[in-house]
Design a protein around this ligand. Structure first.
Ligand SMILES: C[S@@+](CC[C@H](N)C(=O)[O-])C[C@H]1O[C@@H](n2cnc3c(N)ncnc32)[C@H](O)[C@@H]1O
Length: 425
Protein backbone atom coordinates (compact mmCIF):
# COMPACT_ATOMS: atom_id res chain seq x y z
CA UNK A 1 0.00 0.00 0.00
CA UNK A 2 1.33 3.43 -0.94
CA UNK A 3 1.96 5.98 1.75
CA UNK A 4 -0.89 8.12 0.39
CA UNK A 5 -3.22 5.18 0.67
CA UNK A 6 -2.32 4.89 4.33
CA UNK A 7 -3.61 8.46 4.82
CA UNK A 8 -6.74 7.62 2.91
CA UNK A 9 -7.26 4.49 4.93
CA UNK A 10 -6.94 6.34 8.21
CA UNK A 11 -9.37 8.98 6.95
CA UNK A 12 -11.92 6.24 6.29
CA UNK A 13 -11.26 4.84 9.76
CA UNK A 14 -11.75 8.26 11.32
CA UNK A 15 -15.01 8.76 9.46
CA UNK A 16 -16.24 5.31 10.49
CA UNK A 17 -15.51 6.06 14.13
CA UNK A 18 -16.70 9.67 14.13
CA UNK A 19 -19.42 9.78 11.52
CA UNK A 20 -20.15 13.34 10.52
CA UNK A 21 -22.50 15.03 8.13
CA UNK A 22 -23.73 11.92 6.39
CA UNK A 23 -24.33 10.11 9.68
CA UNK A 24 -24.97 6.36 9.63
CA UNK A 25 -24.71 6.12 5.87
CA UNK A 26 -21.21 7.54 5.81
CA UNK A 27 -20.26 5.49 8.85
CA UNK A 28 -21.24 2.27 7.03
CA UNK A 29 -19.50 3.26 3.80
CA UNK A 30 -16.33 4.40 5.58
CA UNK A 31 -16.21 1.29 7.78
CA UNK A 32 -16.65 -0.91 4.72
CA UNK A 33 -13.99 0.96 2.75
CA UNK A 34 -11.58 0.77 5.67
CA UNK A 35 -11.88 -3.01 5.58
CA UNK A 36 -11.86 -3.27 1.81
CA UNK A 37 -8.87 -1.04 1.10
CA UNK A 38 -6.52 -3.99 1.54
CA UNK A 39 -8.12 -5.84 -1.37
CA UNK A 40 -6.05 -5.66 -4.55
CA UNK A 41 -8.79 -4.41 -6.88
CA UNK A 42 -9.72 -1.59 -4.53
CA UNK A 43 -6.11 -0.68 -3.90
CA UNK A 44 -5.57 -0.52 -7.62
CA UNK A 45 -8.56 1.80 -7.99
CA UNK A 46 -7.06 4.22 -5.45
CA UNK A 47 -3.64 3.83 -7.15
CA UNK A 48 -5.27 5.09 -10.33
CA UNK A 49 -7.03 7.91 -8.51
CA UNK A 50 -3.74 9.09 -7.04
CA UNK A 51 -2.08 8.79 -10.41
CA UNK A 52 -4.77 10.87 -12.12
CA UNK A 53 -4.99 13.42 -9.35
CA UNK A 54 -1.82 13.42 -7.23
CA UNK A 55 -3.03 16.39 -5.13
CA UNK A 56 -5.36 13.95 -3.41
CA UNK A 57 -2.38 12.11 -1.97
CA UNK A 58 -1.38 14.82 0.50
CA UNK A 59 -1.94 13.89 4.11
CA UNK A 60 -4.56 16.54 4.80
CA UNK A 61 -6.66 15.53 1.76
CA UNK A 62 -7.87 12.35 3.51
CA UNK A 63 -11.32 13.73 4.46
CA UNK A 64 -11.68 15.18 0.97
CA UNK A 65 -11.05 11.78 -0.59
CA UNK A 66 -13.59 10.20 1.77
CA UNK A 67 -16.10 12.88 0.81
CA UNK A 68 -15.47 12.37 -2.91
CA UNK A 69 -15.66 8.59 -2.58
CA UNK A 70 -18.97 8.94 -0.79
CA UNK A 71 -20.31 11.18 -3.52
CA UNK A 72 -19.11 8.78 -6.20
CA UNK A 73 -20.92 5.95 -4.43
CA UNK A 74 -24.01 8.08 -4.12
CA UNK A 75 -24.13 8.52 -7.85
CA UNK A 76 -23.43 4.87 -8.29
CA UNK A 77 -25.95 3.52 -5.82
CA UNK A 78 -28.65 5.82 -6.94
CA UNK A 79 -28.01 5.72 -10.67
CA UNK A 80 -27.90 9.50 -10.83
CA UNK A 81 -25.89 9.30 -14.03
CA UNK A 82 -28.33 9.53 -16.88
CA UNK A 83 -28.95 6.39 -18.88
CA UNK A 84 -29.35 2.87 -17.64
CA UNK A 85 -25.76 1.97 -17.10
CA UNK A 86 -25.91 2.79 -13.44
CA UNK A 87 -29.49 1.99 -12.91
CA UNK A 88 -29.77 0.18 -9.64
CA UNK A 89 -33.53 -0.07 -9.76
CA UNK A 90 -33.34 -3.85 -10.20
CA UNK A 91 -31.28 -4.32 -7.10
CA UNK A 92 -33.34 -6.66 -4.95
CA UNK A 93 -32.02 -5.31 -1.67
CA UNK A 94 -34.83 -4.20 0.64
CA UNK A 95 -32.55 -1.43 1.81
CA UNK A 96 -33.11 0.50 -1.39
CA UNK A 97 -36.52 1.93 -0.77
CA UNK A 98 -36.34 5.49 -1.93
CA UNK A 99 -36.54 6.71 -5.50
CA UNK A 100 -33.44 7.31 -7.55
CA UNK A 101 -32.03 10.81 -7.64
CA UNK A 102 -32.05 10.91 -3.86
CA UNK A 103 -28.94 10.70 -1.83
CA UNK A 104 -28.31 7.43 -0.05
CA UNK A 105 -27.24 9.18 3.12
CA UNK A 106 -30.61 7.93 4.07
CA UNK A 107 -30.58 4.39 2.94
CA UNK A 108 -27.39 2.43 3.41
CA UNK A 109 -26.67 2.25 7.07
CA UNK A 110 -25.59 -1.36 7.25
CA UNK A 111 -21.85 -1.88 6.99
CA UNK A 112 -22.04 -5.47 5.73
CA UNK A 113 -24.45 -4.45 3.01
CA UNK A 114 -22.25 -1.49 2.07
CA UNK A 115 -19.28 -3.85 1.88
CA UNK A 116 -21.09 -6.28 -0.39
CA UNK A 117 -22.31 -3.50 -2.60
CA UNK A 118 -18.92 -1.79 -2.86
CA UNK A 119 -17.22 -5.10 -3.69
CA UNK A 120 -19.76 -5.81 -6.40
CA UNK A 121 -19.01 -2.47 -8.05
CA UNK A 122 -15.38 -3.41 -8.51
CA UNK A 123 -16.09 -6.84 -9.99
CA UNK A 124 -15.22 -7.71 -13.59
CA UNK A 125 -18.31 -8.19 -15.77
CA UNK A 126 -18.98 -10.87 -18.40
CA UNK A 127 -17.22 -8.79 -21.02
CA UNK A 128 -14.08 -8.71 -18.90
CA UNK A 129 -14.56 -5.01 -18.14
CA UNK A 130 -15.01 -2.96 -14.96
CA UNK A 131 -17.22 -0.06 -16.05
CA UNK A 132 -18.49 0.81 -12.59
CA UNK A 133 -15.04 0.74 -11.06
CA UNK A 134 -13.73 2.92 -13.89
CA UNK A 135 -16.57 5.37 -13.45
CA UNK A 136 -15.87 5.46 -9.71
CA UNK A 137 -12.20 6.22 -10.33
CA UNK A 138 -13.15 8.95 -12.79
CA UNK A 139 -15.53 10.59 -10.33
CA UNK A 140 -13.18 10.54 -7.35
CA UNK A 141 -10.31 11.80 -9.49
CA UNK A 142 -12.05 14.53 -11.42
CA UNK A 143 -15.52 15.38 -10.16
CA UNK A 144 -15.45 18.70 -8.40
CA UNK A 145 -17.07 19.69 -5.16
CA UNK A 146 -19.95 21.89 -6.21
CA UNK A 147 -20.65 23.43 -2.85
CA UNK A 148 -19.25 26.00 -0.51
CA UNK A 149 -21.17 26.52 2.69
CA UNK A 150 -20.04 30.05 3.49
CA UNK A 151 -20.74 31.26 -0.05
CA UNK A 152 -24.34 30.18 0.33
CA UNK A 153 -24.83 33.01 2.78
CA UNK A 154 -24.95 35.40 -0.20
CA UNK A 155 -28.53 34.60 -1.12
CA UNK A 156 -29.58 34.71 2.54
CA UNK A 157 -27.95 38.09 2.89
CA UNK A 158 -29.79 39.42 -0.15
CA UNK A 159 -33.17 38.07 1.02
CA UNK A 160 -32.59 39.54 4.51
CA UNK A 161 -31.86 42.94 2.96
CA UNK A 162 -35.02 42.78 0.83
CA UNK A 163 -37.22 42.08 3.85
CA UNK A 164 -35.54 44.16 6.53
CA UNK A 165 -37.78 47.24 5.89
CA UNK A 166 -40.75 45.14 7.00
CA UNK A 167 -39.38 44.68 10.50
CA UNK A 168 -38.69 47.28 13.15
CA UNK A 169 -35.68 45.37 14.48
CA UNK A 170 -32.85 43.41 12.90
CA UNK A 171 -34.17 39.98 11.96
CA UNK A 172 -33.55 37.05 14.29
CA UNK A 173 -32.62 34.09 12.09
CA UNK A 174 -32.91 30.39 12.78
CA UNK A 175 -30.71 28.20 10.57
CA UNK A 176 -31.79 24.56 10.54
CA UNK A 177 -29.04 22.09 9.55
CA UNK A 178 -26.44 24.83 10.03
CA UNK A 179 -23.29 22.67 9.88
CA UNK A 180 -20.56 24.81 11.49
CA UNK A 181 -22.91 27.80 11.53
CA UNK A 182 -20.96 29.41 8.69
CA UNK A 183 -24.02 31.14 7.21
CA UNK A 184 -25.00 33.03 10.35
CA UNK A 185 -21.40 33.80 11.18
CA UNK A 186 -20.87 35.10 7.64
CA UNK A 187 -23.81 37.47 8.05
CA UNK A 188 -22.80 38.57 11.51
CA UNK A 189 -19.13 39.18 10.67
CA UNK A 190 -19.71 40.66 7.21
CA UNK A 191 -17.72 37.82 5.64
CA UNK A 192 -15.84 38.68 2.47
CA UNK A 193 -17.20 36.31 -0.14
CA UNK A 194 -14.57 34.51 -2.11
CA UNK A 195 -15.54 35.18 -5.69
CA UNK A 196 -16.99 38.13 -7.48
CA UNK A 197 -20.71 37.90 -7.86
CA UNK A 198 -22.05 37.53 -11.36
CA UNK A 199 -25.71 38.10 -11.72
CA UNK A 200 -27.10 37.02 -15.03
CA UNK A 201 -30.31 38.31 -16.54
CA UNK A 202 -33.17 35.90 -16.89
CA UNK A 203 -35.46 35.41 -19.81
CA UNK A 204 -39.03 35.03 -18.65
CA UNK A 205 -40.02 33.14 -21.73
CA UNK A 206 -37.05 30.85 -21.84
CA UNK A 207 -35.70 29.23 -18.71
CA UNK A 208 -32.95 27.43 -20.56
CA UNK A 209 -29.71 28.04 -18.59
CA UNK A 210 -27.88 28.78 -21.83
CA UNK A 211 -30.07 31.82 -22.31
CA UNK A 212 -28.82 33.54 -19.16
CA UNK A 213 -26.75 36.59 -19.84
CA UNK A 214 -24.62 38.68 -17.59
CA UNK A 215 -26.46 41.80 -16.54
CA UNK A 216 -23.88 44.37 -15.41
CA UNK A 217 -26.50 46.54 -13.74
CA UNK A 218 -27.78 43.67 -11.61
CA UNK A 219 -24.26 42.50 -10.90
CA UNK A 220 -23.49 45.93 -9.55
CA UNK A 221 -26.55 45.89 -7.30
CA UNK A 222 -25.64 42.48 -5.99
CA UNK A 223 -22.03 43.44 -5.34
CA UNK A 224 -23.27 46.42 -3.42
CA UNK A 225 -25.61 44.28 -1.33
CA UNK A 226 -22.84 41.83 -0.56
CA UNK A 227 -20.44 44.56 0.56
CA UNK A 228 -22.96 46.03 2.98
CA UNK A 229 -23.07 44.91 6.61
CA UNK A 230 -26.43 43.45 7.46
CA UNK A 231 -27.65 43.67 11.03
CA UNK A 232 -29.15 40.48 12.38
CA UNK A 233 -30.91 39.88 15.69
CA UNK A 234 -30.32 37.15 18.22
CA UNK A 235 -29.88 34.18 15.89
CA UNK A 236 -29.14 30.48 16.21
CA UNK A 237 -28.25 27.43 14.20
CA UNK A 238 -29.46 23.89 14.84
CA UNK A 239 -27.68 20.74 13.77
CA UNK A 240 -27.88 17.17 14.96
CA UNK A 241 -24.06 16.92 14.87
CA UNK A 242 -21.79 18.26 17.56
CA UNK A 243 -20.35 21.50 16.22
CA UNK A 244 -17.07 20.88 18.06
CA UNK A 245 -16.49 17.41 16.60
CA UNK A 246 -13.23 17.48 14.63
CA UNK A 247 -14.51 15.13 11.93
CA UNK A 248 -17.53 17.36 11.40
CA UNK A 249 -15.24 20.37 10.95
CA UNK A 250 -13.04 18.54 8.46
CA UNK A 251 -16.12 17.40 6.61
CA UNK A 252 -17.39 20.98 6.34
CA UNK A 253 -14.04 21.94 4.78
CA UNK A 254 -14.07 18.91 2.48
CA UNK A 255 -17.56 19.90 1.33
CA UNK A 256 -16.49 23.42 0.46
CA UNK A 257 -13.32 23.19 -1.57
CA UNK A 258 -11.99 21.68 -4.75
CA UNK A 259 -8.66 19.91 -4.39
CA UNK A 260 -6.62 22.65 -6.00
CA UNK A 261 -8.32 25.18 -3.72
CA UNK A 262 -7.28 23.15 -0.71
CA UNK A 263 -3.73 23.91 -1.74
CA UNK A 264 -4.52 27.60 -1.45
CA UNK A 265 -4.00 28.04 2.25
CA UNK A 266 -5.37 31.59 2.25
CA UNK A 267 -8.79 30.60 1.02
CA UNK A 268 -8.97 27.65 3.41
CA UNK A 269 -7.84 29.84 6.29
CA UNK A 270 -10.47 32.38 5.37
CA UNK A 271 -13.15 29.77 5.88
CA UNK A 272 -11.45 28.30 8.96
CA UNK A 273 -11.44 31.77 10.49
CA UNK A 274 -15.15 31.92 9.86
CA UNK A 275 -15.72 28.51 11.42
CA UNK A 276 -13.65 29.53 14.45
CA UNK A 277 -15.34 32.91 14.85
CA UNK A 278 -17.56 33.24 17.88
CA UNK A 279 -19.60 36.37 17.20
CA UNK A 280 -22.10 37.38 19.84
CA UNK A 281 -25.72 36.76 19.02
CA UNK A 282 -25.05 33.54 17.08
CA UNK A 283 -26.08 30.53 19.14
CA UNK A 284 -25.97 26.84 18.43
CA UNK A 285 -28.28 24.02 19.47
CA UNK A 286 -27.47 20.37 18.94
CA UNK A 287 -30.87 18.89 18.14
CA UNK A 288 -32.83 16.97 15.55
CA UNK A 289 -35.03 19.10 13.29
CA UNK A 290 -37.66 16.37 13.42
CA UNK A 291 -38.33 17.22 17.08
CA UNK A 292 -41.53 19.09 17.96
CA UNK A 293 -41.15 22.82 17.16
CA UNK A 294 -42.29 23.97 20.61
CA UNK A 295 -39.65 21.77 22.17
CA UNK A 296 -36.98 23.19 19.86
CA UNK A 297 -38.10 26.77 20.49
CA UNK A 298 -37.97 26.25 24.25
CA UNK A 299 -34.40 25.02 24.04
CA UNK A 300 -33.36 28.07 22.05
CA UNK A 301 -32.81 30.79 24.70
CA UNK A 302 -35.41 33.18 23.30
CA UNK A 303 -38.10 32.14 25.75
CA UNK A 304 -39.88 30.22 23.06
CA UNK A 305 -40.07 33.29 20.78
CA UNK A 306 -40.33 32.65 17.05
CA UNK A 307 -37.96 33.88 14.32
CA UNK A 308 -38.32 36.40 11.51
CA UNK A 309 -36.31 34.22 9.16
CA UNK A 310 -36.14 30.45 9.30
CA UNK A 311 -33.69 28.80 6.95
CA UNK A 312 -33.20 25.31 5.59
CA UNK A 313 -30.17 25.40 3.32
CA UNK A 314 -29.11 22.20 1.58
CA UNK A 315 -30.66 20.02 4.25
CA UNK A 316 -33.82 18.59 2.69
CA UNK A 317 -31.88 16.40 0.28
CA UNK A 318 -30.41 14.56 3.26
CA UNK A 319 -33.80 13.67 4.70
CA UNK A 320 -36.05 10.78 3.92
CA UNK A 321 -39.07 11.87 1.94
CA UNK A 322 -41.47 11.46 4.86
CA UNK A 323 -39.15 13.52 7.07
CA UNK A 324 -38.83 16.32 4.51
CA UNK A 325 -42.46 17.33 4.99
CA UNK A 326 -42.23 16.95 8.74
CA UNK A 327 -39.14 19.17 8.95
CA UNK A 328 -40.70 21.74 6.60
CA UNK A 329 -43.81 21.86 8.80
CA UNK A 330 -41.75 22.09 11.98
CA UNK A 331 -39.66 24.93 10.65
CA UNK A 332 -42.73 26.78 9.36
CA UNK A 333 -44.15 26.63 12.90
CA UNK A 334 -41.11 28.50 14.15
CA UNK A 335 -41.60 31.44 11.75
CA UNK A 336 -43.06 34.65 13.24
CA UNK A 337 -46.42 35.86 11.92
CA UNK A 338 -44.74 38.47 9.72
CA UNK A 339 -41.65 36.35 9.08
CA UNK A 340 -40.43 34.28 6.16
CA UNK A 341 -38.97 30.87 5.55
CA UNK A 342 -36.13 30.27 3.10
CA UNK A 343 -35.38 26.91 1.54
CA UNK A 344 -32.43 26.43 -0.75
CA UNK A 345 -31.45 23.13 -2.22
CA UNK A 346 -31.34 21.19 -5.47
CA UNK A 347 -34.94 21.86 -6.33
CA UNK A 348 -37.09 21.19 -9.38
CA UNK A 349 -38.60 24.22 -11.11
CA UNK A 350 -41.78 25.40 -9.51
CA UNK A 351 -45.04 24.26 -10.91
CA UNK A 352 -48.20 26.38 -10.90
CA UNK A 353 -49.17 25.24 -7.45
CA UNK A 354 -46.13 27.07 -6.10
CA UNK A 355 -44.77 23.95 -4.48
CA UNK A 356 -41.49 22.20 -5.12
CA UNK A 357 -39.68 18.89 -5.19
CA UNK A 358 -36.22 18.45 -3.81
CA UNK A 359 -34.27 16.49 -6.44
CA UNK A 360 -30.94 16.10 -4.64
CA UNK A 361 -29.32 16.45 -8.05
CA UNK A 362 -26.41 18.83 -7.54
CA UNK A 363 -24.67 18.00 -10.78
CA UNK A 364 -27.19 19.50 -13.16
CA UNK A 365 -26.46 23.17 -13.69
CA UNK A 366 -28.95 25.74 -12.49
CA UNK A 367 -30.80 23.26 -10.32
CA UNK A 368 -29.84 24.96 -7.06
CA UNK A 369 -32.65 27.28 -6.03
CA UNK A 370 -33.46 29.69 -3.23
CA UNK A 371 -37.18 29.81 -2.45
CA UNK A 372 -39.07 31.95 0.04
CA UNK A 373 -42.46 31.50 1.68
CA UNK A 374 -43.99 34.48 3.43
CA UNK A 375 -46.08 33.88 6.55
CA UNK A 376 -47.89 37.17 5.97
CA UNK A 377 -48.83 35.97 2.46
CA UNK A 378 -49.10 32.19 2.66
CA UNK A 379 -51.25 32.24 -0.50
CA UNK A 380 -48.15 33.22 -2.49
CA UNK A 381 -46.74 29.78 -1.77
CA UNK A 382 -43.05 29.19 -2.45
CA UNK A 383 -41.57 32.00 -4.53
CA UNK A 384 -38.35 31.58 -6.49
CA UNK A 385 -35.78 34.23 -5.50
CA UNK A 386 -32.54 32.91 -6.99
CA UNK A 387 -31.42 30.17 -9.32
CA UNK A 388 -27.73 29.33 -8.94
CA UNK A 389 -25.45 27.49 -11.28
CA UNK A 390 -24.55 25.17 -8.42
CA UNK A 391 -24.21 25.04 -4.64
CA UNK A 392 -21.22 27.36 -4.73
CA UNK A 393 -23.58 30.20 -5.64
CA UNK A 394 -20.95 32.08 -7.60
CA UNK A 395 -23.10 32.46 -10.70
CA UNK A 396 -26.71 33.18 -10.02
CA UNK A 397 -29.75 34.75 -11.56
CA UNK A 398 -32.76 36.41 -10.00
CA UNK A 399 -35.71 34.05 -9.85
CA UNK A 400 -39.17 34.52 -11.30
CA UNK A 401 -40.86 34.97 -7.94
CA UNK A 402 -42.38 38.11 -6.49
CA UNK A 403 -42.39 39.76 -3.12
CA UNK A 404 -44.59 41.98 -0.97
CA UNK A 405 -42.26 43.59 1.53
CA UNK A 406 -44.77 45.91 3.14
CA UNK A 407 -48.52 46.17 2.69
CA UNK A 408 -49.72 44.42 -0.40
CA UNK A 409 -47.46 46.10 -2.98
CA UNK A 410 -45.90 43.34 -5.00
CA UNK A 411 -42.82 43.41 -7.16
CA UNK A 412 -40.60 41.01 -9.02
CA UNK A 413 -37.31 39.85 -7.52
CA UNK A 414 -35.03 41.94 -9.82
CA UNK A 415 -37.03 45.04 -8.88
CA UNK A 416 -36.89 44.17 -5.18
CA UNK A 417 -33.13 43.76 -5.40
CA UNK A 418 -32.76 47.05 -7.21
CA UNK A 419 -34.81 48.86 -4.60
CA UNK A 420 -32.47 47.71 -1.85
CA UNK A 421 -29.49 48.47 -4.06
CA UNK A 422 -30.73 51.98 -4.83
CA UNK A 423 -31.11 52.70 -1.16
CA UNK A 424 -27.51 51.75 -0.67
CA UNK A 425 -26.03 53.33 -3.77
C1 LIG B 1 -25.11 19.65 3.49
S1 LIG B 1 -25.16 20.25 5.09
C2 LIG B 1 -25.75 21.90 4.82
C3 LIG B 1 -25.05 22.89 5.68
C4 LIG B 1 -25.46 24.34 5.42
N1 LIG B 1 -26.83 24.56 5.83
C5 LIG B 1 -25.29 24.69 3.96
O1 LIG B 1 -26.18 25.30 3.37
O2 LIG B 1 -24.26 24.38 3.39
C6 LIG B 1 -26.57 19.48 5.83
C7 LIG B 1 -26.58 19.62 7.33
O3 LIG B 1 -27.86 19.21 7.82
C8 LIG B 1 -27.68 18.49 9.01
N2 LIG B 1 -28.85 17.63 9.24
C9 LIG B 1 -29.29 16.64 8.44
N3 LIG B 1 -30.39 16.07 8.99
C10 LIG B 1 -30.65 16.74 10.15
C11 LIG B 1 -31.63 16.61 11.16
N4 LIG B 1 -32.59 15.68 11.09
N5 LIG B 1 -31.58 17.45 12.21
C12 LIG B 1 -30.62 18.39 12.30
N6 LIG B 1 -29.66 18.56 11.37
C13 LIG B 1 -29.66 17.74 10.31
C14 LIG B 1 -26.38 17.72 8.75
O4 LIG B 1 -25.78 17.30 9.96
C15 LIG B 1 -25.55 18.76 8.00
O5 LIG B 1 -24.76 19.54 8.85
Amino acid sequence: MQLEQVHIKSAFKFEAEHPTAGDRGIRAMAGAMYELLDEPEIQSAYDDILKFNPTLGAEDKGPYVVNKSWRAFQRNFMGVVKGNRWDTADDPSPLIYIPRHFYPERFIDDQDYAKQHISSLFRINEQGLTPLRDEFVYHVSFLEVVSNIAERAKTIKAVTQIFQPRWSEPAAILDGGCSQNQILKALRTNYRFESQQLLGGYSETNQDPDSYWVDPRMSRVMRRLMAETVEIGDSAGIDNRNIRDLGFRLWAIACSFRPEELLNIRSVNHQLDLMNAQPTGVGFLEADLREAPTKLLNKLHRQGQKYKIVLLSTVLYQLRQEDQQKVLNNMWEMVDDDGIMIVQDAIKPLSDNKDFTCTGDFNTKFMYRTLVKDKAHPDFGWQEYFVSENGRVSKLVPGLGYVAVTGSAEMGIPEALQRVGNRLL
